[in-house]
Design a protein around this ligand. Structure first.
Ligand SMILES: *[C@@H]1O[C@H](CO)[C@@H](O)[C@H](O)[C@H]1NC(C)=O
Ligand SMILES: *[C@@H]1O[C@H](CO)[C@@H](O)[C@H](O)[C@H]1NC(C)=O
Length: 460
C-alpha cells in the first residue's frame, strides 16, 4: 500500500532510442470463451483487436490480516460481483488467494459479468522477505507461486499475474531484493512457457516511492528477453483531488514515454482533500493513453485505513453498504469510457539499459540468481498441490537443504547457473539435460581449490 516518498529521484533516464525495437504480434484468442482473453502487443493490452484498458478496483475484503481468498467463496464473490456490475468495472486485483481451493464459481461469475482478474502470486506467508531475499527465494516459495499459476491460468478472464507487490520500498536496503523479484518474474514466465500454458502476462507492482520508481521500472525491463517483464505497474497516490499538472502526472507520462512495455497503475486513489476520482478522466484521455493502460482504484472494501467504497459488516454478510465514494467512482467511470481506437499506442517493445548503482539503488550487477535446484523440477513436472494459506509459509523454509536456495548467478537466457557448461548451451531450464546443473556453479570453485592445492604440493 502507501509509502511516503522521502528523497528526490536522482537518476537520469537515458532510455529513449537506446535499443533496437522488437516488433511483437498479438496472440489471438485460441478458443471460444465467455470472455475473450486479453493479450499484450506493443505497449498495450488488447481484447481481440480493441485496446484494453484496466478500469478496475483492488479487491481484498478483510485486508491482508484476514488472509481470506474472496475468490474461493461464492457467497462472498457473488455479493460483490453484483456491486462490481453497478460500478461498471472490467478488472479486479486480488492480493491473497488460496492455491489449494477451487475458484470455478467466482471466476466464472466474474467472467459472466465481463470482469477480468489480476492475481498476486505471493501472499503474506509465501513471499520474498525484502531484508532476507536470498533465503526467501527458495523452492518452497516457488512451489506456492507456481501452484497459484496452475490454479488461475485455466480461466480465460485471468488477465495477468503480479510477481511481487511492493517488495522494494523506501528503505534503500530493500533495493537489493529487486534481483530476487526479477528472478521470480523470470521463473513465472518460464513456468508458463514450459507448461504450455496460455501466455498470461507477468509483471511487478511497485510501491509509490519516488526515489526508486524509475530504477525499478528500468530494471524490470532490462537484459535478455527471458528476464524482462511483460508489463510494469506501480502504485500512485499523488492525485489528491487535484489535477493532471498539480499531481505531477504530466511528468509521469513524460518519464515513462518510450518505456517499451505496457504500464498501468496497480493502486491509485488518494483520500486527502476528499475524492472526485479525477484520475479516471486523465487515464482515459489522450494525454495518457499512449503510455498508460488504465488503473486500479484502491480499494473496494472499507478497512481501517479508510480507502474503501463498500462497507462489509462481516466476512460473509450477504450485502454491503455503499460508502460515499461508491457512486462517485461509478459516475467517474461512466463519464469517462475507454477511448475508441488504439490510443496512440506504440506497436513495438524494447528493452532498456539496466539502472546503475547510485545513492538510491544498491543493485550492482545485471545478473540474476539462478533458480534453486529443488525448484527446477517444477518446470517439467508441474508444481503439484499448492500449500494454500495455512502452514509455516516459505520465508524461512530455505535453511535446511542447500538445494532449496539459489547456488549462484544465472546466465542470461538460461534461467540456470552461469558456470554450468550444460546450462549455457540450453535455452530453457525445462530441458533436463543435467539434473545437477543447479549445483554446477559449485564445481569450478572446487576445481580451482584443487588446482591451488596441487600447485602448492608441487612447490613443496
Ligand atoms: C522524472 O524523471 C526525472 C529525471 O530522472 C526525475 O527527476 C523526476 O523526479 C521524475 N518525475 C517523476 C514524477 O517520476
Ligand atoms: C532499513 O532496513 C534495515 C534492515 O531492516 C534497518 O536496519 C534500517 O534501520 C532501515 N533503515 C531505515 C532508514 O529505516
Amino acid at each position: 500500500m502507501r509509502s511516503v516518498a522521502l528523497l528526490p529521484v536522482l537518476a537520469t533516464l537515458p532510455w529513449l532510442g537506446t535499443s533496437t525495437p522488437t516488433p511483437t504480434e498479438s496472440d489471438r484468442p485460441s478458443k471460444r470463451a465467455s470472455v475473450p482473453t486479453v493479450t499484450v502487443s506493443g505497449n498495450a493490452f488488447w481484447q481481440g483487436k480493441d485496446r484494453f484498458y484496466v478500469r478496475g478496483v483492488d479487491y481484498q475484503p478483510g485486508g491482508s490480516s484476514a488472509m481470506q481468498d474472496p475468490l474461493a467463496d461464492k457467497v462472498i464473490c457473488q455479493r460483490d460481483i453484483t456491486q462490481f456490475k453497478k460500478l461498471g468495472i472490467n478488472t479486479v486485483r486480488v492480493y491473497i488467494t488460496d492455491n489449494s481451493a477451487n475458484h470455478d464459481d467466482c471466476m466464472n461469475g466474474l467472467a459472466d459479468a465481463g470482469i477480468y482478474v489480476i492475481i498476486d502470486a505471493n501472499n503474506p506467508r509465501y513471499s520474498i522477505n525484502r531484508y532476507d531475499p536470498a533465503q526467501s527465494y527458495n523452492a518452497q516459495y516457488l512451489q506456492s507461486v507456481f501452484a497459484t499459476i496452475d490454479a488461475f491460468i485455466k480461466y480465460d478472464n485471468t488477465l495477468a499475474f503480479f510477481s511481487g507487490n511492493e517488495v522494494v520500498n523506501d528503505n534503500i536496503t530493500s533495493t537489493l531484493s529487486a534481483r530476487y523479484v526479477k528472478a521470480v518474474t523470470r521463473d513465472m514466465r518460464q513456468y508458463i512457457g514450459n507448461r504450455g500454458y496460455r501466455k498470461v502476462p507477468v509483471g511487478y507492482s511497485a510501491a509509490d516511492v519516488s526515489q526508486n520508481r524509475m530504477q525499478m521500472a528500468q530494471y524490470m525491463n532490462c537484459g535478455s528477453d527471458d528476464e524482462r517483464s511483460d508489463f510494469f505497474a506501480f502504485n500512485d497516490y499523488s492525485w489528491c483531488n487535484s489535477n493532471f499538472i498539480t499531481a505531477g502526472w504530466d511528468q509521469k507520462v513524460k518519464n515513462f514515454t518510450g518505456y517499451g512495455l505496457p504500464i498501468f497503475l496497480s493502486e491509485y486513489g488518494c483520500v486527502t482533500n476528499g475524492r472526485d476520482f479525477g484520475e479516471i478522466a486523465a487515464l482515459m484521455s489522450s494525454k495518457m493513453t499512449h503510455v498508460y493502460s488504465g488503473g486500479l482504484m484502491y480499494e473496494y472494501a472499507m478497512e481501517e485505513n479508510g480507502y474503501g467504497i463498500a462497507k462489509i459488516p462481516g466476512a460473509k454478510s450477504p450485502s454491503i453498504t455503499e460508502e460515499e465514494g461508491f457512486s462517485k467512482f461509478a459516475s467517474a467511470l461512466a463519464e469517462n469510457p475507454a477511448p475508441k481506437g488504439d490510443g496512440g499506442f506504440t506497436s513495438t517493445t524494447h528493452s532498456l539499459p539496466c539502472p546503475t548503482k547510485d545513492a538510491d539503488w544498491m543493485v550492482s550487477t545485471d545478473k540474476l540468481p539462478a533458480i534453486p535446484a529443488n525448484a527446477r523440477v517444477f518446470m517439467t513436472n508441474g508444481a503439484g498441490a499448492g500449500p494454500g494459506l495455512g502452514g509455516e509459509g516459505s520465508q524461512n523454509a530455505g535453511g535446511s537443504d542447500d538445494d532449496d536456495t539459489s547456488s549462484g548467478d544465472a546466465e542470461q537466457g538460461s534461467g540456470i547457473v552461469t558456470a554450468s557448461p550444460s546450462a549455457s548451451s540450453s535455452k530453457s531450464s525445462a530441458t533436463p539435460t543435467n539434473p545437477n546443473a543447479g549445483n554446477a556453479g559449485k564445481v569450478p570453485l572446487m576445481f580451482t581449490a584443487l588446482v591451488v592445492i596441487m600447485v602448492f604440493a608441487a612447490m613443496l
